[in-house]
Design a protein around this ligand. Structure first.
Ligand SMILES: [Zn+2]
Length: 250
């Protein structure tokens, strides 16, 4: 990955300087391929404002075509020497996303923005920890019937581990009222038979602790590519786990 020059542009709303790093070639890190249970992708095009980023000065939404170039700085130079006020574009926070969702958008755009708000909220709860870890026991995973999602009782909890050792851990900060309202709006707008709709609905149900409904959605996920993901979700549901998890790479 070779960095290209840093473009210094000015914000169309406040004229503040915004630095944009251009990449001559784009590398990918291994965790870019991580698959989260809430379906958050590494990179997905936006239907609104293209970049989905905001001005670091005035927090206005940025359409990159409206950024006016004021200069460039070679990659090996610190751009803040020539442009002390320049800052990189920023990611929107949940409040900004939800305010955007409530503005004049098409239904598809609103759905897109609400989904991003849900993923952004989830960012503070993501864990790549092994959900099937039991202290002082060899690793064992819960076995599930892939047709029904039912737990094979002899497989979990691991022999001798006891209920307490395998009780699902605290699922992180509880969902706020705002998150719950956003999740309910998503359940309405993502009610199709599509993979992303099913994944999002299953995740919301699992997070709400409505495990039977979560399982019913997961069982509708079809396709060979999705088999490991489907199995993992069924395992999590079987042990009543409510964390945002990363699909183990095994
Ligand atoms: Zn601005």
């Amino acid at each position: 990955m070779r960095p290209g020059p840093t473009r210094i542009t000015s914000c169309p709303h406040c004229s503040g300087f915004v630095a944009q790093t251009t990449l001559a070639s784009r590398g990918r890190r291994s965790h870019d391929h991580a698959l989260w249970t809430d379906g958050k992708p590494h990179d997905e095009p936006w239907t609104v404002y293209k970049t989905g980023q905001v001005c670091p000065h005035c927090r206005g939404w940025i359409d990159p075509s409206e950024l006016k170039e004021v200069g460039t700085v070679p990659s090996w130079e610190d751009f803040t020497v020539a442009y002390p006020e320049a800052r990189h574009l920023d990611a929107p926070n949940v409040e900004e996303l939800l305010a955007l969702a409530a503005s004049r958008l098409t239904p598809l755009e609103e759905r897109d923005v609400r989904l991003r708000a849900w993923w952004t909220d989830n960012d503070r709860r993501r864990t790549s920890a092994d959900p099937f870890f039991v202290p002082h026991r060899p690793r064992q995973v819960p076995e599930v019937d892939l047709e029904t999602g039912e737990l094979v009782p002899s497989s979990w909890p691991p022999p001798g581990a006891g209920e307490a050792a395998t009780a699902p851990v605290d699922p992180g900060p509880p969902l706020t009222e705002v998150e719950v309202a956003n999740a309910h709006a998503l359940l309405v707008s993502m009610d199709g038979p599509y993979t992303q709709d099913l994944v999002v609905r299953a995740e919301i149900m699992r997070r709400f602790g409505r495990f039977e409904e979560a399982r019913a959605h997961v069982l509708q996920l079809a396709g060979h590519d999705l088999a490991p993901f489907r199995r993992f979700l069924l395992q999590l549901i079987a042990i009543r786990d409510r964390y945002v998890r990363m699909l183990p790479s095994e």
